[in-house]
Design a protein around this ligand. Structure first.
Ligand SMILES: *Cc1c(COP(=O)(O)O)cnc(C)c1O
Length: 349
């Protein structure tokens, strides 16, 4: 996987969710801190944040990428965050702050912002270069949730390789599967070594002694899943090619589709294409309807006629566990939530 994605090191895990949990621990997220993410995502992103004891902050997405918006992020940081001298007292020993001297604090809550966790919605790359640049200015480490975007590139660079750590998922519904599995991607070899240590109960390597030097996790991917993954990896180029051909076929179909069946009720229908400067794996194909009413007509019609379609995930900030989290105005996310429909996206034509 390091060769495929172009990183220096990778560590496999039981699944993508615990890979995210471990990644957040590795960049120093702790229970007194807050992590910035997006409201339009799968629940695993937000759950991984709360496993550390931190709270999520949800910032809006861009309309074209469906991913965390760098301009909204910048705006939010400018209004809400100030850089202060670090307070390392009482901090967990495994914490390694990006800067030893300066850290970002939320003016409203007084909490440290310990990471930014952008996701690649449906496999579409986000403006990750801008996100990393802004976060660097604020001393915020970036962990990339690239769980959906294996085989997606931004400016010819693989997703999940721009931040401190990238996370992939090999769940049954992803482009490549190991039954269940996940992986952490690193450009920092020391951090990769540390990830391996923590994912294997923090056991001190020794031929016979069993000793551990910190609290670790049993997050290692079992061998049987790894074997499955190696076989799948050989087929990955074919999977990606097939997904692209399906997306191309959808693109052509929706550009000429006359909506004859429901012309009276549905006005527009747009197929979501990969953003500029990016190559998407088209993991989950997506169309945008004009509004919630049109979306519901489309969902009902397609499902009643044997084609499984579904709406976007409910926004994270609306769920009971997260409805007291800080957000920005979320204009785009709220609109997209009402318009998105995912259409069949198998790798088999
Ligand atoms: C699939 C997925 C994950 C990880 O899921 P696992 O099933 O635990 O491998 C994380 N984030 C997003 C956005 C996902 O789609």
């Amino acid at each position: 996987m390091p060769e495929y994605t172009g990183v220096k090191g990778a560590v496999s895990c039981v699944n993508g969710t615990n890979a995210l949990h471990l990644a957040l621990i590795l960049v120093g997220v702790d229970r007194d801190s807050e992590v910035i993410s997006q409201p339009l995502t799968f629940i695993a992103t937000a759950n991984a944040i709360v496993y550390t004891g931190a709270r999520p902050i949800f910032i809006d997405v861009d309309r074209d990428t469906l991913c965390l918006s760098p301009s909204k992020l910048k705006q939010w940081l400018q209004t809400n965050v100030e850089l202060r001298a670090s307070n390392l007292k009482g901090r967990n020993s495994i914490v390694e702050p990006q800067s030893l001297n300066i850290e970002p604090y939320n003016r409203l809550t007084g909490k440290r912002i310990s990471a930014c966790l952008p996701m690649r919605t449906f496999g579409h790359p986000c403006r990750i270069d801008e996100i990393v640049e802004i976060c660097n200015q604020y001393h915020i480490p970036v962990v990339e949730d690239a769980a959906e975007s294996l085989g997606s590139y931004y400016n010819n660079r693989h997703t999940g390789t721009f931040g401190r750590i990238g996370v992939l998922s090999f769940n049954g519904n992803k482009v490549l599967t190991t039954g269940g599995g996940g992986m952490l991607l690193f450009n920092d070899e020391a951090l990769a070594k540390r990830a391996k240590h923590l994912s294997t109960q923090a056991k001190i390597p020794h031929p016979w002694e069993f000793s551990h030097n910190e609290i670790g996790y049993n997050y290692r991917m079992p061998n049987i899943n790894t074997a499955l993954g190696l076989a799948q990896l050989e087929r990955l180029p074919a999977f990606l090619k097939s997904k692209r051909q399906i997306a191309e076929a959808y693109k052509t179909f929706f550009s000429t589709f006359m909506l004859s069946e429901f012309e009276a009720s549905i006005s527009t229908l747009t197929f979501v294409k990969e953003p500029s400067n990016a190559q998407s794996n088209y993991w989950l194909n997506c169309i945008l309807l004009n509004n919630k009413e049109d979306r519901d007509v489309f969902l009902k019609y397609s499902n009643e006629n044997g084609v499984m379609t579904r709406p976007a995930w409910t926004l994270m900030n609306k769920l009971p566990m997260f409805n007291n989290c800080q957000t920005d105005e979320l204009t785009n996310a709220k609109e997209l939530e009402e318009k998105i429909v995912n259409i069949p996206s198998s790798i088999i034509k």
